[in-house]
Design a binder for this molecule. Structure first.
Ligand SMILES: Nc1ncnc2c1ncn2[C@@H]1O[C@H](COP(=O)(O)OP(=O)(O)OP(=O)(O)O)[C@@H](O)[C@H]1O
Ligand SMILES: [Mg+2]
Length: 309
């Protein structure tokens, strides 16, 4: 059963959960749901890539299964591994029983043969440690699977993901093929640390989330900080939007806009002036060079923002 009735339904339900989607985001979500295709979300840091998956889980009532990618991530950490310490513990406790099984064996190889017959007992579900991808496949209910920051993992891992994302099944040699009962809603995110392969892109719906327009950003701030003064929120957004247009090493993201607005509320500011902006600029800019560059223009930017708001 699909989760969403239409693009509008997706947009409205995300919005009700305080995720302000635009038409493109809502369309990607609706199509991913209908076509059972993963979404590859790319874009700068802090624009709501991870939050989209979290909100989707929330609005659909699904469990969120999150796999954080990193350099060196491999199948054992992503899919499953055998729980070796537990297997070892069982062999210790069952030492006498194992003794009985091999008792009277004429040779070492005969003893090994006799033990091998019992092998299934140790390579059963009981000792299988399911990692996020297997959890998503085995879940009896549909889940939201977030494969976060996939660009941090190596290309080899991407190749392995491809297989999984095309048929949602995996083979565990000792147990056979496991096929997803319900295809999860999959969100992959990337910060463009490296380019994803064409093969991966082909299997996914592609969604680029950029910095929001002023209108959408203002709505995000007002949704997330309902108590904020109308004038202050409009000024904050106008300043951030102008700062983003400067030539900076790291442009402020939505999460920084929210941090700044929150800080100004804590400081009991009803509106933003140049002095206050200067004192709190470190909330949106994280490099000294960026702060200096912005300070040169700050007077103009704040005046324009106050006029606009
Ligand atoms: N469209 C949106 N609606 C509501 N809140 C948003 C939206 N976009 C971003 N946010 C806010 O910005 C914060 C940061 O978003 P998120 O962590 O999803 O960024 P990201 O794109 O995953 O960044 P990174 O690449 O650094 O992981 C969220 O916690 C949320 O509060
Ligand atoms: Mg993220």
């Amino acid at each position: 059963m699909p989760f969403f009735r239409s693009v509008e339904d997706a947009e409205a339900r995300l919005g009700a959960a305080k995720y302000i989607a635009d038409r493109r985001i809502a369309t990607a979500v609706y199509l991913a749901d209908q076509l059972e295709k993963p979404i590859l979300v790319e874009g700068p840091a802090g624009v709501g890539k991870t939050e989209l998956a979290k909100t989707l889980a929330y609005v659909t009532g699904c469990e969120l299964i999150r796999m954080q990618c990193y350099e060196g991530l491999d199948e054992a950490k992503a899919l499953y591994e055998w729980e070796y310490p537990k297997q070892l513990l069982y062999t210790q406790i069952l030492r006498d029983k194992i003794g009985e099984v091999v008792a009277g064996a004429g040779s070492l190889s005969e003893a090994v043969e006799r033990l091998a017959v019992q092998e299934d007992a140790f390579f059963s579900e009981r000792f299988l440690l399911a990692r996020p991808l297997l959890q998503a496949i085995r879940s009896p209910k549909r889940t939201v699977l977030l494969i976060d920051e996939v660009d941090r993992a190596e290309a080899e891992f991407e190749a392995f993901l491809l297989e999984l994302l095309s048929d949602f099944q995996v083979s565990v040699p000792e147990l056979g093929t496991l096929r997803a009962r319900e295809v999860p809603l999959v969100i992959l995110t990337s910060n463009n640390a490296r380019e994803m392969t064409d093969a991966l892109k082909r299997r996914c719906l592609h969604l680029h989330i950029d910095f929001p327009t002023a209108e959408r950003e203002l709505e995000i701030v007002r949704q997330r900080l309902p108590g904020i003064a109308a004038k202050l929120s409009a000024q904050v957004v106008a300043v951030v939007q102008a700062v983003r247009a400067l030539d900076l090493k790291k442009r402020p993201s939505v999460s920084e806009t929210l941090d700044w607005a929150r800080a100004l509320v804590v400081l009991n500011a009803g509106e933003l002036d140049e002095a206050l902006a200067r004192e709190t600029l470190n909330l949106i800019l994280k490099y000294e060079g960026d702060v200096e560059r912005t300070e040169e223009k700050l007077g103009e930017i704040v005046t324009a923002a106050r006029a606009k708001a």
